[in-house]
Design a binder for this molecule. Sequence first.
Ligand code: C2E
Ligand code: MG
Ligand code: MG
Length: 727
Amino acid sequence: MPDPRLKTCLELCSTACRQDGDAQTQTLLELQRTLQALENEESRLPLASSEIDSDFEIWKHEPVITMDLAGYITGWNKGAQILFEYTADEAIGKHILFLYADEPADGNTAINELFLDHGSPLMEVRHRKKSGEPFRANLLLKHIHDENDEPVGLAAHLFEVADRLSAKERHRLHARIIEDSEEGIMITDIDNRIISVNSAFTRITGYTASESIGQTPDLLRSGVHSADFRSEVLAAMQGAGAWQGEIIGRRKNGELFPQSVSIGVVRDANNKITHSFSVFSDISILRATQDRMQQIVNFDALTNLPNRKLFHQLVEQSLSTARRNGQRGAMLVIDLNRFALVNDTLGHDVGDQLLCQVGQRFRDVLRDEDILARFGGDEFVVALFNIQKRENCDLVAEKLVESLEPPFVIETHSLHISASIGIALYPEDGLGTAALLRCADVALKRVQGDGKSSRLYFSPEMNARAQELWLLEGELRKALIGKELLLHYQPKVSLRNGRMVGAEALIRWSHPGRGMIPPKNFVPLAEETGLIFELGSWVLEETCRQIRIWLDAGLELVPIALNISARQFDNKLPERLQAAIERHGVPCGLLKLEITESLLVRGPEKVIPLMNKLVAFGFALALDDFGTGYSSLAYLKKFPITTLKIDRTFVTGVPGDENDCAIAQAIVTMGKQLRHEIVAEGVETLAQVTFLRKLGCDQLQGYLFSPPVGANEFEKMLREKRRLLLD
Ligand code: C2E
Ligand code: MG
Ligand code: MG
């Protein structure tokens, strides 16, 4: 009788074959322990086939092969015959390797050594049947000993791995897997009728099995796909080949949903299609997430318009079409004038709503194929690719501007806003998106700032200028740190006694390479770039420092006027001035401020209180360049100014030009009525002096008396107390 532990081994083997993972490892370890125990005991296995079957009842139907230590088969039972399809006659005497599907790496290795090398009595091998069919089997090996306990051979017991399940079990298992699958499964017959669906199908589509069986897959048809696409899918269902892709389906409740679908067919033994199946998953959540991501990445969250990134993509596409078809195009960069004012005064909520409404109005007046994007802030960009000539682009620009005309009603406010537009044309100004945007930007910078709706086309000269400005900006930053800036002082002369009664401080830039650069070449640039704040602070600091020096030197000083840019004119200006004069111990009566009408761009309701504050701090205000700006005579009455400066352009024409004379006269008359002191600037001739005196001007300023001079020269003039105007 064989050792009952062998039966245990067999059972453990069978169990291990059905298991996997940790459970299988545990079973195999237990098997190994049992075998080890057997190995350690004396045991002898028969060598001949007949002996196997008779002596090992329990192995009768299991394939067992015995062999000598070199691997030559010595015994072959019925089980082996059934499994390998070779008779005992065919097998005995052959080397065991003839049953292997794959040659062992070292074909000459004796099977005993293989066994010893493997280090375990159980190994998985691939065998081949007589018919050639390969199969996997677990091989349980055991030494056979002679009377002297010397190993004389090996007994191998085989378990086929593949056939672990009965056909019935397999069917049941497959059915379970289909039913429990997370993916919807639909099986159709040869007539394209649904014959089976799983529960995921019902969960995804809303149709129960009874509602769907007998129907065609059109039950889920969304109607969004083209006829071509549908015939491609149908062909796959009819066996044209496996198909994978995305299909929009329709649920029972009418809702459309995207699904990822695999389609295949089942064929019978004669290769005839019997069924087709589709396995699908609902990817609507995935798609929704993707869409959301797309939205975030490509669209401006506030206005829902394409953002800079998407704009570039869309324009690149349109440009490649335009290139192919020889089309013309235009890029319009739009900036809302004084938008910052809305944000500052009414808050960001109102600002945001205004931007949304502006975006909507722009979109409404554009065609569908025109690209509109928001690049952030109040900057919108339009790309047009259907224009034949410049006039068409004009029309679009006109429409955009006009769309802003009706007031925007936001909360309780009724707001007016205008826009500046810089335009670049394709292909004249640039061939790519970046080049066109740059040109349109350059044009925009040139047109911005007067507060009115206006537009300007790019021209190559602008580019040269833009580059120069860019260079200058960097240099000006350096100049502010280095000692390249200085102030010149130009006297103002009283018409009553011909003496200096004031002076104006005018900035100069002594550039190491370019020589003296006049303020008109860098002050506007400083305003544009925001450097005007640093520049203004420098002027203030330098003037106060110089006044202090002259005061300390005991000189009789006249008030010095500073020019203040519109951009510097903010809420903190009074405090900044106050701090500077306190720091240097300068009486505030010695500082005057020259401001211009361009201030009004910021809105009189904001500017006038600030002027009042400056006056309350003790600073006198002069309105510079009067007559050139907004001619906002209505506001003039409300401005708390002491002085009006008639702009040089009118002074130049007097007394010869009638118009200039009339204007100069009107300004003086009006100024007198408002009790302002009148200063005429740019006086170069005595004829002008005579005329201006007759008009009733109070002071004159100009080259006739003195050009702006450096601090040393000006100090000399102060000391000499010279009469600058002789009768
Ligand atoms: P502005 O304030 O109107 O200054 C008067 C300008 O007229 C000065 O030009 C002065 O040199 C010039 N000028 C004076 N008399 C005559 C004359 O008889 N004939 C002619 N042809 N010109 C005369 P400048 O110094 O080139 O300054 C130009 C403008 O730059 C100034 O106009 C002012 O708006 C601005 N600016 C100058 N310095 C500063 C500054 O420190 N800060 C700011 N924000 N702007 C400044
Ligand atoms: Mg001035
Ligand atoms: Mg002036």
